[in-house]
Design a protein around this ligand. Structure first.
Ligand code: TPP
Ligand code: MG
Length: 552
């Protein structure tokens, strides 16, 4: 912390950057890290972070700054923060902002902005960001007056961190953020709008679960954000409900809990009641249709109510409270024979599919089968290891084959599916959990989007093990295009590129692996290396991840 910083600066005059960050500090946001890429328009924000002793992680592309801020939120369950310079800095962050919006990740993005007093005269990087970001943020506003900065920032923090969560954006005209004002005592935080809980409806769903012969729960990211994992486990255990998980919901019930299922997911079509909690009824969940099952949707705000799917009930409100309510109602059927039969069937399916996987996990094929990479990785992962997935088919294998035992340990881009999250998410995971293993599973195509930010990992001493499935193609596009058109274009990458040498040139280390038996020792060297380390595994381009649909 610099000498200028004092525990409380209320009453002192300071520039707009300090007003913004001190507000975040005083509001107890928990934010102490700023991801950024420099620009004159945000000097006051950088100065403030410096004065307050925050960690400043300067990256090589603004999209990495926003992905990293999102990764920080996902791994720490505190809001993430990125500061982007005016114009191109902000627009470079937009794909990442959009991903966070669709994920409902609490995030603050602070932008520079050309000065108000010259607005319209054609200042450098003059752009009105608000119309551009408004459709991909929960809240976006320009701070037009220095003394109003605390109120604006507080509102943005509130919007980002209360259900339904999401990114909030504030931009600061140069003359506003450079101006001085007194830091007033924090205005009271706006009251949290709790949706009125419908206790009767909760009771009806509890009774429905009691009557169900083949019920199931699908849990998503809002269970994680609501810190409702214990309530979910309690619900599952009292009603003896099988739980499937997606997105950041993974690990809310540990993968080795007897009621946690993943491979048996096709049997969801045979369920009679499916309760989907804290995740939209989107393409990942066949748009909310599971055979003939009655669907109950639990959402954290009215805005999440599905309009496209016919649900038996939609419960709106605090996800934890609703799960606690459901756990406390009914549960009498949990010991009946039908329920046991259903759980047994799911268990058998789960076990059978896991047994089938084993062959690929141990495959001795050359070129290397991508699943073999995970066979080796799985053996080496601690329970709390954080795994980041950025790529196509190679990462689909990760999603299937890596089990999550704790929430917040599997970071994938979510329904927006934006490639390029890799280095940002990995940097954040490493910062949030300095004592854990952090592994980034990367497609060779995907790696190109953030490869230069290996430099960020190196400069900030963030050792991450990168495992790259190098098939020399955009696999998740090449195979489908061949399937639909009988040929493909724009789907080839260079064969056998030495991405490990790219990482070494940037100050990390790595190696190329051609044979299955070399994978394990290479990973061990990576974990021991203490530097950003890329294991460049040459994988079989003819292997396509088996999937039924990839677009809708
Ligand atoms: C920013 C962005 N551009 C394009 C796509 C479309 N896309 C999805 S998967 C994929 C191929 C990924 O290839 P690679 O990372 O090499 O993984 P592989 O499928 O070969 O394992 C592409 C181009 C996307 N999702 N995001
Ligand atoms: Mg590839």
């Amino acid at each position: 912390m610099s000498e200028n910083a004092s525990p409380s600066a209320v009453g002192a005059s300071m520039h707009g950057g300090l007003l913004a960050l001190r507000t975040l500090e005083q509001a107890g946001s928990g934010i102490d890290t700023m991801f950024t890429l420099s620009g004159g328009h945000i000097f006051p924000l950088l100065d403030a972070a410096h004065q307050l002793g925050w960690r400043i992680v300067d990256v090589r592309h603004e999209q990495t700054a926003v992905f990293a801020a999102e990764g920080m939120a996902k791994t720490s369950r505190r809001p993430g923060l990125a500061a982007l310079t005016a114009g191109p800095g902000v627009t470079n962050g937009i794909s990442a902002l959009t991903g966070a919006y669709l994920n409902g990740t609490p995030l603050l993005v602070l932008g520079g902005r050309a000065p108000v007093h010259r607005w319209g005269s054609g200042s450098l990087q003059e752009l009105d960001h608000i119309p551009i970001v408004s459709s991909v943020t929960k809240y976006s506003v320009t701070a037009t007056d220095t003394s109003a900065i605390p109120a604006v920032v507080l509102r943005a923090l509130h919007e980002a961190t209360t259900a339904h969560r999401g990114p909030a954006f504030v931009d600061f005209p140069l003359d506003v953020v450079g101006g001085q004002a007194e830091l007033a005592p924090l205005p009271p935080r706006p009251p949290i709008q709790h949706e009125e809980l419908d206790l009767e409806a909760i009771g009806r769903v509890g009774a429905l679960l009691d009557r169900a012969l083949r019920p199931a729960v699908v849990a998503g990211g809002d269970v994680y954000w609501a810190r409702a994992e214990q309530a979910l486990v309690d619900l599952a255990e009292t009603h003896r409900l099988p739980v499937f998980m997606n997105g950041l919901g993974r690990g809310t019930v540990p993968a080795d809990h007897p009621l946690a299922f993943s491979r048996a997911r096709p049997l969801l079509k045979q369920a009679d009641v499916v309760v989907v909690v804290g995740t939209p009824l989107d393409f990942r969940l066949s748009f909310g249709r599971f055979g003939e099952a009655l669907v109950v949707h639990v959402v954290d705000s009215e805005s999440r109510r599905a309009t496209h799917a016919a649900t038996e009930a939609t419960l709106v409100g605090n996800v934890r409270t609703i799960l606690e309510g459901l756990a406390g109602s009914g549960g009498t059927a949990s010991t009946n024979a039908d329920r046991q039969h259903w759980l047994d069937r799911l268990g058998e399916e789960e076990a059978a599919r896991r047994a089938t996987e084993q062959r690929e996990l141990e495959s001795g094929a050359h070129p290397i089968h991508p699943a073999r990479v995970y066979g080796e990785l799985r053996k080496r992962l601690d329970r709390d290891a954080v795994v980041v997935g950025d790529g196509g088919d190679f990462v689909s294998y990760a999603g299937k084959l890596i089990d999550s035992y704790e929430p917040g340990t599997f970071l994938e881009p979510g329904p927006y599916g934006c490639l390029g999250t890799g280095m940002g998410y990995a940097a954040a995971a490493r910062l949030a959990h300095p004592g854990r293993q952090v592994v980034a599973c990367l497609g060779d195509g995907a790696f190109g989007f953030s490869a230069m930010d290996v430099d960020t990992l190196v400069r900030h001493r963030l050792p991450v093990v990168m495992v790259l499935g190098n098939n020399g193609i955009w696999g998740l596009e090449k195979h489908p295009m061949r399937f639909f058109y009988g040929y493909d274009v724009a789907a080839d990458l260079r064969q056998e590129t030495r991405y490990d040498e790219v990482v070494a040139a940037l100050g990390g280390a790595g190696e190329t692996v051609r044979l299955p038996a070399e994978i394990g020792p290479a990973l061990d060297r990576g974990f021991r290396s203490g530097v950003p380390y890329l294991v460049n595994v040459l994988t079989d381009p003819s292997v396509a991840y088996p999937r039924s649909s990839n677009l809708a």
